[in-house]
Unconditional design. Structure first.
Length: 401
């Protein structure tokens, strides 16, 4: 029962933090646009966040060598709480002349947030028994996607009744509550680390990934899938809606929403049929890759708005039917004490690739047309499917409990 308690504390604490993250980003984007009337300035927010999280993922192994995982997670949330309180106090004094201060705070919060995700991913296998791991991953993904789907709407709606400053205060309260809940987690007993210099600490995860066949294969697939996934960012999707589908802006929201509905549906399927999926990890990773590729290509070639909604739901479903089993494979591919550095390495690869590929996809869309980037995305997913097929024998539990 203690394992259940820890998992629920972790899930609830991180969910509150995720809600806070969305609310604070909504308020910051609103403030920046109000101050500058510049869409480009507002669009810099996700770029700054991604860049800072890339740096954070790279440097987190140094912290993991010195601090207990539980307290590293609690410390990151407490740090975000302090930053948001300071930001809320400073907001009345932010003007067009000094709005750059907002980007400094965004960067600092993202640096702290960047170490929270790999730590959470590493903690789950420590709090959940192996035979419940896929179900735990499914629950975590379902809750995360529900928050992402709902809170952007809720956050923008709250701005009708609350000022941006009040929304930042609310976020600080959520981060504080998250910190208090996470401090109730049990510490993870781990063997004392071998003495290593900073370079060895930074490269430990990279060496583990390169020496573990299934992780090396997953890393390559992650690169391809991250590049492919860049077509679903808001800016590119907006161009697709206006140019390829020739419909108004509301369809932009519909397609965004249908993609997240697909992600939620895929997570719920994994929950409902967890035992069956658990026994067929490699098949679901391969099947999810193949059908994600096909649905993405069809989406790019399609001109019917209703069909676009249906296809975006399918992309979301099959993405989760691949990602959740794949997450389970990663969590059982190496001993638990190696998982923190493995997840920081995979996170660094993902963040770095996404930052470059989102810019690249925008350039390619301008050069070759918006449909071409969705077809390219589908082709990249097809290559990932081929890699999954070639390595299907590796997609299984390697380390047993």
């Amino acid at each position: 029962m203690k394992l259940n308690r820890n998992f629920h504390l972790l899930l609830t604490g991180q969910s509150l933090a995720n809600i806070g993250d969305v609310l604070y980003i909504v308020s910051i984007i609103y403030l920046i646009f109000e101050l500058t009337s510049s869409a480009t300035a507002a669009a810099l927010v996700p770029f700054v966040i991604t860049s800072s999280m890339f740096v954070s993922n790279t440097l987190t192994p140094l912290l993991m060598q010195r601090f207990d995982l539980k307290w590293l997670l609690v410390g990151s949330q407490m740090g975000k709480t302090v930053l948001l309180i300071v930001l809320a106090l400073l907001l009345p004094y932010i003007t067009t002349a000094n709005f750059i201060v907002l980007f400094v705070f965004i960067s600092w919060v993202a640096l702290l947030d960047g170490c929270a995700r790999p730590v959470t991913q590493a903690l789950i296998p420590n709090y959940v028994k192996n035979d419940q791991l896929l179900k735990a991953n499914g629950i975590n993904e379902t809750v995360t996607q529900l928050i992402q789907t709902a809170m952007w709407f809720v956050g923008s709606s709250l701005l009708i009744w609350l000022t941006a400053t009040e929304l930042v205060w609310l976020t600080a309260g959520l981060f504080l509550l998250s910190s208090l809940l996470l401090s109730g987690l049990d510490r993870i007993d781990s063997a004392p680390p071998e003495p290593q210099n900073k370079w060895q600490q930074l490269t430990k995860g990279w060496k583990t990934v390169s020496k573990t066949p299934v992780l090396k294969r997953i890393a390559v697939m992650d690169i391809l899938e991250t590049i492919a996934g860049a077509v679903w960012i808001a800016a590119i999707l907006y161009v697709f809606v206006s140019e390829a589908l020739a419909v108004d802006e509301k369809w932009w929201g519909f397609i965004n929403g249908s993609f997240f509905i697909g992600l939620i549906a895929g997570s719920l399927i994994c929950l409902r049929f967890s035992q069956w999926i658990e026994n067929n990890l490699s098949r679901f990773i391969l099947t999810g890759s193949i059908f994600s590729s096909a649905a993405t290509i069809l989406f790019g070639l399609n001109s019917v708005p209703a069909m676009a909604l249906f296809l975006s739901v399918l992309v979301g479903i099959f993405s989760q039917l691949k990602n959740i089993p794949q997450q389970t494979v990663v969590q059982t591919s190496v001993p638990k004490e190696q998982l923190p550095t493995v997840f920081t390495t995979l996170g660094t690869i993902g963040m770095g690739t996404f930052g470059v590929s989102s810019l690249l996809m925008g350039i390619l869309a301008d050069l070759f047309g918006i449909r071409s980037v969705f077809v390219l995305s589908g082709v990249l997913l097809a290559i990932a499917s081929w890699i999954a097929y070639r390595g299907r024998s590796h997609f299984r539990r390697t380390v047993q409990e």
